[in-house]
Design a protein around this ligand. Structure first.
Ligand code: SF4
Length: 435
């Protein structure tokens, strides 16, 4: 459920989108090939007088939903003023929205911003991505992590191309048939792009809604998840513009109602927020209670930097599991830290003609969702006899150091290579022109 845009900074510093013509006083970014998202058929806010009661009746909202209406109105008006200018909000299409949503899963906005336009330029339509090979796909996904999502997005593109006539489906149930698209993503695209009255729940929404109602129970167990979806649905029913409301709710969680430091004095919902009205200082930040810390399994990686004449030996990981299909230095992996002897034995089998130096060049920790990784980088030394340079294949290559970006890698292994290259003698790194 965690969504990337939970961290306010540096994303909070992104420029605001100015909106004009929106029902609450702004513009909705241009949408191509979609229903106008700011207005839901049959739910127009209307411009005549009559006060809040008349507005509520015109929307078919019973008076008991007046608070929901006040919340959605305040949030939509705030979003019209304060929405950040993000690449996927400009000239949005259903396809670009799908790409953005998959990229944003478990990845910070600040990392998606530089990748998004590059990806869309290379894959402007589902058919373009459906035909992409692994290397091209992963290279354009570089820096976003969680590479399985890239393959799911390609599978979704192939489904759209083959089954849906190249057009992203409009309704949430059809969207959920796409690989990698769950209830949240389907609701986001259906509401934000097509104006459907669908709720969405991510980490930001969960936090804001729990605080809005001062709900102190856990939000991540079954009861908490059910409560959050039900509350989101009740609010989206009352909203004038479901897509604007949904996006605004996420935006509020990302930039104002942040996990550790909710800025209640600047919040458009402070009058309706029950956590903000609690007597104990710091109450909003303690809601919802934190999830129990995830238990990460240890993984020790000993990577051997085999570098000669400006080239480094790289291997491709298996097609499944951690960092599937990505490139890295040859590396021994184990659940327990091994010594030099263990690595020496491994290189005899795996890297004939090479051996690790007596001590590692560098070591650093790296956390993934499920793993506590420690990477040690060893210099590979050529032995007097034999050659490790002969064993190349489609999964093992000598790569020029000047064009390492051509190979998709995990951020951990890219960092390991950067350390290795920086710490090796300059003569080792120099390209002397022959492979
Ligand atoms: S008033 Fe404070 S706690 Fe309530 S929604 Fe706004 S920022 Fe969050």
């Amino acid at each position: 459920m965690a969504r990337p845009h939970e961290n306010p900074s540096p994303d909070a510093a992104a420029p605001r989108v100015r909106r004009t013509g929106h029902p609450v006083g702004g513009t909705v970014p241009a949408i191509t090939g979609a229903a106008a998202p700011g207005v839901v058929p049959g739910r127009s806010r209307g411009g005549s007088g009559g006060g809040a009661g008349a507005v509520a009746r015109s929307r078919g909202i019973p008076p008991t939903d007046a608070r929901n209406r006040r919340i959605s109105d305040a949030l939509e008006a705030w979003f019209a003023r304060e929405a950040r200018d993000l690449p996927w909000r400009r000239g949005r299409t259903a396809w670009s929205a799908l790409v953005a949503e998959l990229m944003l899963q478990q990845t910070q906005v600040s990392r998606v911003v530089p990748a998004f336009d590059r990806f869309m330029a290379r894959f402007p339509a589902p058919a373009d991505l459906a035909r992409a090979d692994d290397e091209t796909l992963l290279t354009h996904w570089a820096g976003l992590g969680y590479y399985r999502r890239a393959r799911l997005l390609r599978a979704a593109a192939a489904h759209i191309d083959a089954v849906c006539g190249g057009t992203v489906p409009r309704d949430a149930s059809a969207l959920r048939r796409l690989p990698g698209v769950g209830r949240y993503t389907a609701g986001a695209i259906a509401s934000i792009v097509f104006g459907a009255r669908e709720a969405i729940v991510d980490g930001n929404v969960t936090r804001v809604l729990a605080r809005l109602e001062a709900r102190r129970e856990r939000a991540d167990d079954d009861a908490g998840v059910r409560w959050t979806w039900a509350r989101a649905e009740s609010l989206v029913r009352a909203s004038a513009s479901p897509g604007v409301f949904n996006e605004a709710l996420m935006e509020l969680g990302a930039t104002v109602c942040t996990r550790a430091q909710p800025a209640c004095t600047a919040c458009p919902l402070r009058r309706e927020c029950r956590a903000a009205g609690l007597e104990d200082a710091g109450a909003p930040a303690s809601i919802p209670p934190p999830k129990p810390a995830a238990v990460r399994r240890p993984l020790h990686i000993d990577a051997v930097a085999v570098i000669e004449r400006g080239r480094i030996l790289l291997e491709r990981r298996p097609e499944s599991g951690l960092w599937a299909g990505l490139w890295q230095m040859p590396a021994r992996e184990s659940a327990k830290a091994g010594g030099h002897d263990a690595l020496l034995r491994w290189t005899r089998d795996h890297l004939p003609g090479w051996r690790p130096a007596a001590a590692p060049l560098h070591a650093f920790p790296h956390a993934t969702t499920h793993r506590a990784v420690v990477i040690r980088v060893w210099r590979g030394e050529r032995q007097a006899t034999g050659s490790g340079r002969d064993r190349v294949s489609s999964d093992r290559v000598w790569q020029r150091l000047t064009v390492l970006d051509e190979r998709p890698m995990s951020s951990a292994h890219r960092r390991a290579i950067e350390h290795a290259v920086a710490l090796l003698p300059a003569g080792t790194r120099r390209d002397r022109g022959s492979a």
